[in-house]
Design a protein around this ligand. Structure first.
Ligand code: IPE
Ligand code: IPE
Ligand code: MG
Length: 249
């Protein structure tokens, strides 16, 4: 483990505490390329990626960012070789089992979003347990998008609303943004103020399509396993320079 520079344990002084994002979302990309650069198999990159996520979560807590959402596995990622997919599912399960006690101690409220029914049963059990055990925690809100696809999320919300209309519970005229949001997986979680994508790719890859309508986007060429507090500092400094107009002048 590397020793954290003392200055980065606390919010860097050039950042304004009043202008921190209330919710940061990350597309943790580049694990495979990171491993390849080291001449190692892709799975080693995924393992290193877990460490980077753990420290980012702790950093958010240390610096006062109240919500973090991480994209761990997309609905499209099933298209990868089955050995990699299996490795990832086992990794998620193992990490969750290993980290749950610490997350409880640190007052983390963990939530998983995505089509959770499509995940292996044993992973589902760990997910359910972690959400149940941390549901009353009031510290950082940590959301993990697993088997998540923005389009799939929107479709399932449409189906739920259509069923309500068919039942006669609501009229089509009552459908508005607020009602729609109640049917999204992210219900109760604020929309992200800042989206960070590592590995230089300038796309959102089916992540939080509805929720990111007004998120600030920050892309860094750094590969996810190398994303550390120095990198997060840069992202936040850039964010604080943005002029968020929300369509106004
Ligand atoms: C992101 O890293 C992790 C997941 C999608 C699970 P990648 O595995 O996509 O790494 P690259 O993009 O191939 O380098
Ligand atoms: C996005 O990364 C999904 C996750 C980080 C979980 P991908 O590597 O799957 O995205 P693409 O294929 O480059 O768009
Ligand atoms: Mg990738």
């Amino acid at each position: 483990m590397s020793v954290e520079p003392v200055t980065l344990q606390k919010l860097p002084t050039d950042l304004s505490v009043n202008r921190l994002p209330k919710h940061v979302a990350v597309i943790m990309d580049g694990n495979g390329r990171w491993a390849k650069n080291q001449g190692k198999p892709r799975i080693i990159g995924h393992q290193k990626g877990v460490d980077a996520l753990k420290d980012l979560l702790r950093c958010c807590k240390d610096w006062g960012v109240p919500a973090l959402t991480a994209y761990a596995f997309s609905t499209e990622n099933w298209g990868r070789p089955s050995t990699e997919v299996q490795f990832l599912m086992t990794l998620f399960e193992r990490v969750l089992r290993r980290e749950l006690e610490e997350m409880k101690e640190e007052n983390v409220k963990i939530r998983f979003v995505g089509n959770l029914a499509g995940l292996p049963d044993s992973l589902r059990q760990e997910i359910d347990r972690s959400m149940e055990d941390t549901k009353n925690n009031l510290g950082i809100q940590f959301t993990v998008a697993t088997n998540y696809g923005g389009r799939q999320e929107i479709i399932q919300a449409c189906k739920a609303i259509a069923a309500q209309v068919k039942q006669g519970d609501i009229e089509p005229e009552q459908i508005n943004e607020e009602l729609f949001e109640q049917h999204l997986y992210t219900h109760g979680i604020p929309n992200p103020d800042l989206l960070i994508r590592t590995s230089g790719e300038m796309r959102i890859s089916n992540f939080l399509l509805w929720q990111m309508a007004y998120s600030e986007i920050y892309v860094t060429p750094t590969l996810w396993p190398d994303f550390d507090r120095v990198e997060f500092h840069k992202a936040l400094a850039t964010y604080q320079q943005r002029d968020r107009r929300f369509g106004k002048v």
